[in-house]
Design a protein around this ligand. Structure first.
Ligand code: GLC
Length: 398
């Protein structure tokens, strides 16, 4: 009798398991095209959403981390009228282009129906998310360039100078040269000098928001030619930079806030060994936005996910991901503030107060391409300073 009962119970359990699987499979799949995340934040946010849902299940289509390459990949898909992706993660520097091209849906009515206002979200991100007086996206995460430094290596006096922002790139270079080699480091500083959008952001900072093109180019050239940087700095994007810093190879690094989250998830150093500071000429504003593919067959589900990720999901983005929250209510959320101490650091607050933008242009891609190519040629020693300044000034004036 006992044996029969056991067999019956096993059959019952198997049926339950099968039914559960079937109901999970019955959920409508929402495809989320988002760049690779070196912290566990994106996957954690998706898992949390999926765990609350019986109607939709989000699948992450993990894309490249190179902003320009991801844009090309998405444009190819959008031009073909594809509905492969329901939710698109878009860089603030090209989201407007996607709205203008009609690739993404306006979301004003959806926001209104759910009681969300643009003012509930990061202002810079929302201005990048609007086009022709309509809103097309909500923040995935806002970004700003910051200087990370090893507080167990840099003297208290130098740290104070960095945190205040009252220093120059020449000062930073001198510090990087001075501290390189301490506590097992082999490089002074890393940042993004690779050909691509990442270089555009760094050039924006060296030129103090394009107010001093010549001085900025000179300072950056001096830095990349110095002993402060790794020999292949001209091939460093965010990934190489973060890897160097979180593994204790470099004393300083210029990167986005996610590097804070990555120290915790993948680092060999700890967050206690790290301080943050504003950059000498200001911090470039960056970030990513969430929009709905115009051709999506599951717009309701796409919106459900965006709504979650841009509001409640910002907690995970800020704590696990290290990001500045894009939903303003999270800026004062105790759990967020307690878990991400970087956000309350004076150096971080000073960086937030000195943000600068990439050039604003109706044809941003064209302007950026001209500047990036000229800048990289100059830094590589393949172009003269004056000629480079002329190309950049002309591109900015267009
Ligand atoms: C970061 C920024 C983005 C920028 C990119 C450049 O992802 O958020 O705005 O364009 O870096 O690499």
């Amino acid at each position: 009798m006992k044996r029969i009962l056991a067999v019956l119970m096993t059959i019952a359990l198997l049926c339950t398991a099968l039914l559960c699987t079937a109901s999970a499979d019955d959920r409508i799949v929402i495809k989320f095209a988002a760049q690779g995340d070196s912290t566990p934040a994106t996957q954690e946010s998706i898992d949390a959403f999926n765990a609350m849902q019986d109607k939709y299940v989000v699948e992450w289509v993990d894309m490249t981390n190179d902003s320009g390459a991801m844009k090309e990949q998405l444009i190819t898909s959008m031009k073909a009228g594809s509905s492969d992706y329901d939710v698109l993660s878009m860089d603030v520097c090209w989201a407007g282009e996607f709205a203008a091209a009609g690739y993404i849906e306006p979301i004003d009515q959806l926001m209104r129906a759910d009681g969300l206002r643009a003012s509930d979200f990061n202002a810079g991100s929302m201005s990048a998310a609007s086009y022709n007086a309509k809103t097309f996206a909500l923040p995935f995460f806002p970004d700003l360039g910051i200087l990370f430094y090893r507080n167990d290596i840099v003297s208290a006096e130098d740290a104070e100078k960095l945190i205040s922002g009252a220093y120059t790139y020449a000062d930073l270079q001198a510090m990087a040269e001075k501290y390189r080699g301490e506590a097992g480091t082999t490089d002074g500083i890393c940042f993004q000098a690779k050909l691509g959008e990442c270089l555009m952001c760094n050039l924006t900072e060296y030129t103090a928001g394009w107010t001093d093109v010549k001085g900025g180019l000179e300072a950056m050239k001096a830095m990349v030619s110095s002993s402060a940087v790794p020999a292949d700095i001209l091939n460093y994007a965010e990934g190489e930079t973060a890897n160097s810093f979180i593994k204790g190879v470099s004393v300083f690094s210029r990167n986005w806030p996610y590097q804070w989250g990555e120290i915790a998830s993948n680092g060999t150093i700890s967050q206690d060994q790290v301080g943050v500071a504003p950059l000498p000429g200001g911090s470039t504003v960056g970030g990513w936005l969430l929009g709905i593919n115009k051709n999506s067959a599951n717009k309701d589900g796409a919106w459900e996910f965006i709504k979650y990720l841009a509001t409640e999901g910002q907690k995970t983005q800020a704590t696990t991901g290290g990001h500045l929250p894009g939903y303003n209510a999270m800026l004062t959320n105790e759990e967020v503030i307690g878990a991400n101490v970087m956000l309350s650091m004076t150096g971080f607050q000073n960086a937030l107060a000195t943000t600068i933008s990439r050039p604003v242009s109706a044809e941003y891609s064209k302007t950026a391409d001209a500047i990036i190519n000229a800048g990289h040629a100059f830094l590589s020693g393949n172009a003269e300073l004056d000629a480079t300044v002329a190309i950049i000034e002309a591109a900015l004036a267009e």
